[in-house]
Write a protein that binds this ligand. Structure first.
Ligand code: SF4
Ligand code: SF4
Length: 172
């Protein structure tokens, strides 16, 4: 069950609703806000785009050349062993402000700017497409499914954060 409050789309976010989780550059929220991508490509630049088993299969012939290994620190934070390759700090699939292989993009990109676990809702603090005055009208279950591989690490990270343990940074 997703921990989200259901309110009118006219309601506004309050300080109580949203809490920064600095070590993962995301905001912990009690609801999923409205979102419309502005195609700014910020989430495709300077980020760690985690890849799990299904992502690697979907990438097919691009899986070797367009991905690279995670560092030990990144593995510890995400649970993924590979990530999208970055060239000049941009994802190798980024062309202009568009994904050149949109149908092949990993689950990390499909759920962005959200991570939804059974215990937590997070939204990327760097995404300008989020509208905190509205509510998400998409499928909570789909976000939950797309987040399931990274969910254990995220729940651990938030547990550590709440416990006052200093974490390291990873991009959402
Ligand atoms: S950062 Fe947000 S608004 Fe910009 S491209 Fe990514 S999802 Fe879209
Ligand atoms: S795979 Fe596509 S959507 Fe994902 S980071 Fe790369 S360019 Fe952006």
């Amino acid at each position: 069950m997703v921990k989200a409050t259901r309110r009118s789309s006219r309601d506004h976010a309050t300080v109580k609703d949203v809490e920064p989780v600095p070590q993962i550059e995301m905001l912990l929220s009690c609801y999923i806000p409205a979102f419309e991508c502005t195609l700014c490509a910020r989430c495709c630049t300077g980020k760690v785009i985690a890849l799990f088993g299904g992502d690697i299969i979907r990438l097919g012939k691009y899986a070797e050349a367009c991905t690279e290994p995670m560092s030990e620190e990144e593995i510890a934070l995400t649970g993924a062993e590979r990530k999208m390759k970055m060239v000049d700090d941009a994802c190798v699939f980024l062309e202009g402000s568009r994904c050149s292989h949109y149908d092949l993009r990993p689950d990390t990109c499909r759920r962005h700017p959200f991570i939804v676990t059974k215990r937590h809702i997070l939204a990327a603090s760097t995404c300008k497409g989020i509208d905190w005055t509205g509510r998400w009208h998409g499928s909570d279950g789909e976000l939950l499914r797309l987040s399931e591989k990274i969910a254990p690490k995220i729940d651990d990270c938030i547990g550590a954060f709440r416990g006052g343990i200093k974490g390291r940074r990873v991009s959402g």
